[in-house]
Design a protein around this ligand. Sequence first.
Ligand code: HEM
Length: 134
Amino acid sequence: MLAPAIETVRLALHVLAAAVWVGGQIVMMGMVGPARRIGADAPKALAQAFARMAWPAYVVLVVTGFWNLSAFTWSTQSSAWKAVLIAKIVVVVLAGLGAFLHQRATSKGQLALWGSVSGTASVAALVMGILLAG
Ligand code: HEM
């Protein structure tokens, strides 16, 4: 049986935004080196262009994430499902905070630290999303 249209829209938006937010960060890791060879300012221009797409995707993830919750009844979900959901919300906040601090980093060490916090937390959120979808 096919999923109802509204459920398809909800999950398609959530997964598409996850592709931009998580996939974009992974692709950026591979782009920074080649961008540096183009010019000293190129990595920054690339990062700014990515940020203009990534932050709207993050907003879509949070909005559709809460929309996803409306498809479930809290009282009938298992404790494991509830624990994964709470852990997911924590890593989503960490992913956003890490990206925010990464953008404002003033040293290479801070850039690497906050970039890896955001990237790791984002992948964790993706994996937990798949667990929640069941
Ligand atoms: C960085 C942010 C996020 C990422 C990368 C992410 C990723 C994902 C992915 C890949 C899925 C699996 C979709 C599927 O297999 O059909 C999913 C499902 C889900 N996500 Fe997220 N998500 C994020 C934020 C959120 C937030 C903030 C919430 C809740 C407030 C949330 C709640 C859910 C729920 C409840 C599901 C299961 C949906 C269903 O099966 O109907 N997500 N997420």
